[in-house]
Design a protein around this ligand. Structure first.
Ligand code: RTP
Ligand code: MG
Length: 136
């Protein structure tokens, strides 16, 4: 059975010109792209996307970062797509992320870790509605 996940190439990934690299890894894994857009995130959308972290000490910085430049949002589909993409992304802290993962290969700082992937079917549904109401 197929499921969908929301993937973001965060502004650091766009700035460093590794959007193609990330998409290539998604496609090579066998996952399918069902929506893709380059956009600047309004602050309200960013706050809503990361609502689970509001009140945490890094929340302000996280919202500043994710709204600080264009990002690429994608809806990705496949069997166990949520888990599959998070395995490609690697651990949240890029220093702990295994080499061979996106974060393990391209990042050093937890606040600039290149990609986002939904963490559960409930998050995926909420996030896809937020970014791509026409696809959800
Ligand atoms: P994401 O939501 O961005 O895919 O990342 P994640 O699930 O791996 O991690 P999550 O716990 O949801 O955290 C969201 C983002 O917040 C930043 N963060 N900073 N300074 C810190 O201790 C800290 N903890 C988290 C990271 O950029 C993380 O991706
Ligand atoms: Mg998360």
């Amino acid at each position: 059975m197929s499921e969908r996940t929301l993937v973001l190439v965060k502004p650091d990934g766009v700035r460093r010109a590794i959007v193609g690299e990330v998409i290539s890894r998604i496609e090579r894994k066998g996952l399918k792209l069902v929506a893709l857009e380059l956009k600047n995130l309004p602050r309200e959308t960013a706050e809503s996307h990361y609502a689970e972290h509001s009140g945490k000490p890094f929340f302000g910085e996280l919202v500043d970062f994710i709204t600080g430049g264009p990002l690429v949002a994608l809806v990705v589909e496949g069997p166990r797509a949520i888990e599959a993409f998070r395995a490609l992304a690697g651990a949240t802290d890029p220093v702990k992320a295994a080499p061979g993962t996106i974060r393990g290969d391209f990042a050093l700082e937890i606040g600039e870790n290149i990609v986002h992937g939904s963490d559960s079917p409930e998050s995926a549904e909420r996030e896809i509605k937020l970014f791509f109401p026409e696809v959800a």
